[in-house]
Design a protein around this ligand. Structure first.
Ligand SMILES: Cc1cc2nc3c(=O)[nH]c(=O)nc-3n(C[C@H](O)[C@H](O)[C@H](O)COP(=O)(O)OP(=O)(O)OC[C@H]3O[C@@H](n4cnc5c(N)ncnc54)[C@H](O)[C@@H]3O)c2cc1C
Length: 443
């Protein structure tokens, strides 16, 4: 009879924060939302305070054990879980790092603990008469820390910018346990390097974000939502330009292609919204809408109608995933080349694959979903990213690099840029214990 020896690191971590090495819990935290990326997890640690985060990182650094920060685990690029061949990794889950400060109404900002969900932050801001500018379909699960770590985009970028534009201050813990905190949220603060900006978009490779001071905005005027059929992405962009009068506030301009819309209607049990099946359906939300005559469109002005129409766009990712493990590729391109990109992607797809495309039209950001490919087939993703690069786009628009695109960072960034990033990584995390394998490959 063999008795398993206790894992001394797990015992040590248990004295610092709530820790488990239960195999079922570890497996759940070791697989991401796409089910395409998974790896071995040694323990899941759920600190409740910044001090506990510091203690966990100090203990793991001493043993040179890799740590992956994880928020809601809704990331779509394999950044929140270990790779399949990685050494068993400690997942530092932020779900117990919750809480929000009082809204500073004069300074239009609030401090939020990293594990707070986006939906909780929205409710807190709204109760004080403000809105938070980042929103996305995974709002009930995605955390503020995760959205800052990925510099998330979402459905309000055309109105408020990406997450980086909302960050006024940040607290984080470095790999050696050092706590760096600047949460004062001054409108003007030019005192040296902006550590919050550096941490934003660092995908858990430079530090664990424990709290963020975020910018809030006055609520927009009442809005209308319209879904309209168009022949092309260029026609969709032209429609957004002509349907939103000068001076009106544009809150969102999104697109789903015919395949995505079919999948959404089937998945969510919705009726097709338009009179016929167009190549693309464009969703526009604005404070005023004055669409040209004769278009095939539906519109809604009350809250229930707006929610109902948004469902056609927001269910697109889940509807694609209902086909099985799909390849989700997030890319951007100059607006005038979006049709060439989308058409080229469909041409590249093998005959037995099923391609659907949707995304944030105003931002030139397409989400490509390919069903029917083996999960570990990277050749096809690479072909899509080569096309993006040839058209002057970016291999990641808003989801980040994670593990899925770490090998292809050099398609969008120069060798000098990658070398600078590597030097920053090595300076802040000399042992490369924080999320190793995500974003950068160690030389
Ligand atoms: C249905 C659906 C719709 C989505 N729509 C959008 C969209 O419109 N726009 C968009 O940008 N994304 C979108 N996403 C992707 C995802 O929601 C975002 O990437 C989100 O920012 C991830 O937050 P999270 O808390 O789930 O982070 P996780 O998935 O847990 O982690 C993501 C990355 O951040 C790191 N990380 C997490 N928390 C911390 C922390 N506290 N400190 C340091 N690093 C940390 C992780 O290590 C990992 O690299 C969508 C996902 C789904 C499932």
């Amino acid at each position: 009879m063999t008795t398993e020896r206790p894992d001394r690191l797990v015992e040590r971590l248990s004295t610092i924060a709530q820790t488990t090495d239960d195999p079922a819990i570890c497996a759940g935290h070791g697989e991401d939302w796409t089910r395409r990326f998974a790896g071995p997890v040694r323990a899941v640690v759920r600190p409740r305070t910044t001090e506990e985060v510091s203690g966990v990182l100090t203990a793991c650094a001493a043993e040179r054990v890799p740590v992956i920060p994880q928020g809601g685990n809704t990331g779509l690029v394999g950044g929140s879980v270990p790779g399949p061949h990685d050494a068993p990794t400690v997942v530092l889950s932020t779900v117990a790092l919750t809480g929000m400060g009082e809204v500073d109404t004069a300074g239009r900002s609030v401090t939020v603990a990293a594990g707070t969900t986006l939906a909780e932050l929205h409710r807190h801001a709204e109760a004080a008469g403000f809105v938070y500018g980042v929103d996305l379909a995974a709002r009930d699960t995605a955390t503020v820390g995760g959205t800052v770590a990925t510099n998330a985009g979402g459905i309000r970028v055309c109105a408020y910018g990406m997450t980086r534009a909302q960050v006024m201050g940040l607290e984080c813990v470095l790999a050696d346990g050092t706590v760096s905190s600047r949460l004062v949220g001054l409108p003007k603060d030019n005192t040296g390097y902006d550590i919050g900006a550096l941490m934003t978009g660092s995908e858990g490779t430079l530090g664990v974000i424990t709290a963020v001071r975020v910018r809030l905005h006055p609520p927009p005027p009442d809005t209308m939502v319209m879904i309209a059929g168009v022949e092309s992405l260029a026609a969709g962009l032209a429609l957004v330009g002509s349907a939103v009068p000068a001076g009106a506030v544009l809150l969102g301009a999104e697109v789903v292609d015919a395949e995505s819309l079919d999948l959404v209607c089937e998945y969510a049990g919705l009726a097709h919204p338009l009179q016929r099946r167009w190549p693309y359906a464009v969703l526009v939300e604005a404070s005023e809408l004055d669409p040209p005559d004769g278009i095939d469109a539906v519109a809604g002005a009350d809250a229930a109608d707006r929610r109902r129409l948004w469902r056609y766009r927001e269910a697109a990712s889940e509807a694609a995933s209902a086909q099985g493990v799909v390849h989700k590729i997030d890319i951007s391109a100059p607006l005038h080349r979006l049709d060439r990109l989308a058409d080229g992607i469909r041409d590249l797809a093998p005959a037995d694959a099923h391609v659907s495309i949707f995304g944030h039209l105003a931002d030139g950001n397409l989400h490509v979903e390919i069903a029917g490919l083996p999960p570990d087939d990277e050749q096809h993703d690479r072909a899509v990213l080569d096309l993006v690069t040839a058209l002057g786009g970016a291999v990641s628009a808003e989801h980040g690099v994670g593990r899925a695109k770490a090998a292809w960072l050099g398609l969008s960034r120069s060798p000098a840029d990658v070398a600078v990033m590597t030097r920053i990584k090595t300076a802040l995390d000399p042992g490369w214990i924080l999320n190793p394998g995500a974003v950068l490959r160690r030389g």
